[in-house]
Design a protein around this ligand. Sequence first.
Ligand SMILES: [Zn+2]
Length: 357
Amino acid sequence: MRTFSRASVETIRGRGGIVLEKRLIETPLLDPRRRFQLVGQRIELRRDPITGLWTRINIERAIRFKETMAKPSEESLKREASHAKCPFCSEKVEIATPKYPCTLIKEGRIKRGEAILFPNLHPFAKYHAVVTLSRDHFLELHKLGEERLLDALWVARYFYMIVREKEPEYRYLLINLNYLPPAGASIVHPHLQVVIEDHPTNLLALAEMKAREYSEKYRSNIIHDYISTERNLKERYLFGTEHSEWTASFAPLANGEVIGIIRDAFFRDMNEERLADVSHDLFKVISAYSKLFPHRGINMTLAYCADDIIPPHVRIVVRPSMSDRYVNDRGFMEVLHREVVVEMAPENVALLLRKAL
Ligand SMILES: [Zn+2]
């Protein structure tokens, strides 16, 4: 349990057992920008109700985050737009990307529309595939269109079905995106990475543990109750449809985080029409993100577990800009202490995203 000197605590009780916990701290300094006047810097610590992890927000930085966004340099954009060596470009994809053995996938790769699924050449999981999202080498995500997203989700789902038929214990499906180098993409050509696992990742394991405890105590699902709390509070809530529901996160895992739940059992019994509906909603969010944060890196994960302990859900975050002199947003706090510091207030993110949706 954490204790803070001169910290004030604010808790908001939501649906079921959901508690949104904030600790507000003010630290004094003599500010050189104001003739060394005494000012208080306000810091907020917020606890993610889904994982129990703490995030820090410097409110001063959060208020002016729009001005601090680095602009992408023309040169870095031009360099990335060059596709001479890209193995995912249509003319090279057939010869430069690996294939699965025919015992797993008859044709070696799975194709639909512009989406092509093939093994990652440098995998970090037994089933770790790449899905190209487009023939275009450099594409802003709002220009992707929901059709191409649907094709990519379809091939990912098909791959998952093949793997599960062979190895049913591989029940975790993670559909991930590193968009642009500041978000960890080594190739700018837009692509998803599909990871199928027999065990949860660290954060999913935390979320599952919390969900189990919560379900025993409140006979309800923690993520559903959290989203429902956000819907009632309206501070960070974005929108909901018959198929999915979206909100800016109370305690983000990185700047600008949006979390969405998918109502259907997604990859278990979802038909083509439902997959199209989910693609429609997901594209709406991705597109708003891309317009609001042009040329910034974006990470996304869509996590599904056949056990249904936690519902299929999506997390999307914004990363630094495509600038040659960008400042990495992962420092000692994130890397060595697993504690996130963000500079975008979630309520601001919700306001801006609502306009872009
Ligand atoms: Zn390419």
